[in-house]
Design a binder for this molecule. Structure first.
Ligand code: NAD
Ligand code: DAU
Length: 361
């Protein structure tokens, strides 16, 4: 990204910065703005991993704090002691299947946690005399818009909210709070609603890493239902670039949809991953990998199709995705092949017990 020589440095709090998208964003920000102060707040739940930030350990401008976004005292102290002017809020419980098994943690982190951050930021922003250049970026999802039929137009920023899972309902609740803080207090919040991300550091429970890892282990590839559900895939680096532009040039109070313009049926995506693995992995236990594809019981309330209309962010802020699905999937498969040391320890007893609960149905 081209550096703006007149840019004012920011002091940014990145919540959930040890998770999948958050850690990619921390890498992006530290590389793009090496003089900025970056504070990462992450509870290191099962989905958080400090190793995602290992290569930044010696960066003197980066501080990592292990803690909960629901801890108001901790958040107040961080905002004040570091004089933070920007929040990029990623921290969340993010997996739909876990929200079906246990919604409580989703309401706590996604709703109460976001509320706690908004309140803390409001107090700090008032003390800082309400600069409009401060920014509270709330990173959200396209799932709040519900499910599309095959011929429906893609979600726009004005599509009514119709969340269908405890996960998306909790994200919808947090979006409404972020929006209300602009409307009521004038606080400079911005919301982004993004489609399915993929790329490095993606936790093994999600579709793409799960399939990559199971192919490498010669385990069945569990495709829910008829495999015809559609997702709109976006390479995570493109998402990070979009969020960067929104923080710098987005309009307070606005919502921006972010999407890859890459709608793919689940079964086709899994077949593409199988072909890539056949080509790139010399030591597969089962070959061709597609022999492992197994249709399993559908996810409860499974949304059929998501598709994002990202014309607003293109028109107003000049962002478009740069990576193709073919290129991004190849990079992702190569990453999982080269980083077995990263994902093998994540297949812990907790993960195995979760896997058993979801896939033994
Ligand atoms: P993730 O599950 O990989 O990471 C979440 C991170 O938040 C983890 O590091 C975890 O330790 C941390 N965390 C959880 N609860 C916390 C708490 N109470 N306090 C502090 N930290 C806590 O999630 P992700 O896939 O990187 O998603 C990041 C954000 O982007 C989420 O808000 C999600 O809703 C949104 N989003 C994700 C996608 C996607 O495809 N993954 C797409 C659109 C939007
Ligand atoms: O759309 C954005 C959302 O994308 C984010 O808000 C969520 O945080 C993120 O987890 C993701 O949600 P999905 O439910 O779409 O992603 P997941 O990887 O869990 O599943 C993708 C599709 O693949 C979905 O239709 C369900 C299906 N699936 C998933 C798994 C884990 C399978 O068929 N088999 C599986 O084993």
């Amino acid at each position: 990204m081209q550096q703006d020589s007149n840019r004012t440095p920011r002091k940014i709090l990145i919540t959930g910065g040890a998770g999948f998208i958050g850690s990619n964003f921390v890498h992006h920000w530290c590389k793009s703005y090496p003089s900025d102060r970056v504070v990462v707040l992450d509870a290191l739940t099962y989905a958080g991993n400090k190793l995602n930030l290992a290569s930044l350990e010696s960066n003197p401008n980066l501080k990592f704090v292990q803690g909960d976004i629901c801890d108001r005292t901790l958040v107040d102290n961080l905002l004040e002691s570091e004089d933070l002017d920007t929040v990029a809020h990623f921290a969340a419980e993010s997996h739909v299947d876990r929200s079906i098994l246990g919604p409580g943690a989703f309401v706590q982190t996604n709703v109460v946690g976001t509320f706690t951050l908004l309140e803390a930021f409001r107090q700090r922003w008032n003390k800082r005399e309400q600069p409009q250049s401060d920014c509270f970026l709330h990173v959200s999802t396209d799932e709040v818009y519900g499910s599309l039929e095959a011929d429906d137009p893609a979600f726009t920023e004005t599509t009514p909210y119709t969340p269908n899972s405890p996960y998306s309902a909790s994200k919808a609740g947090s979006d409404h709070l972020a929006r209300a803080y602009f409307h009521t207090y004038g606080m400079p919040t911005i919301i982004t609603n993004c489609s399915n991300n993929y790329g490095p550091y993606h936790f093994p429970e999600k579709l793409i890493p799960l399939m990559c890892i199971n192919i490498l282990l010669g385990k069945p590839l569990p495709v829910y239902g008829d495999g015809q559900n559609i997702r709109d895939w976006l390479f995570v680096e493109d998402h990070c670039r979009a969020l960067d532009i929104v923080i710098h040039r987005g309009k307070p109070g606005e919502t921006y949809n972010v999407g890859g313009n890459n709608e793919v049926k689940n079964i086709d995506l899994v077949k593409q991953l199988c072909e890539l693995m056949d080509e790139l992995a010399p030591d597969l236990p089962v070959r061709p990998a597609k022999k492992l594809i197994t249709f399993v019981k559908d996810r409860a309330g499974h949304d059929r199709r998501y598709a994002i209309d990202a014309s607003k962010i293109k028109r107003e802020l000049g962002w478009t995705p740069q990576e193709t699905v073919a290129g991004g999937l190849r990079r992702t498969v190569e990453w999982y092949l080269a980083n077995r040391d990263w994902w093998q320890p994540l297949l812990s007893d907790e993960y195995k017990s979760y896997y058993q609960k979801v896939y033994s149905k």
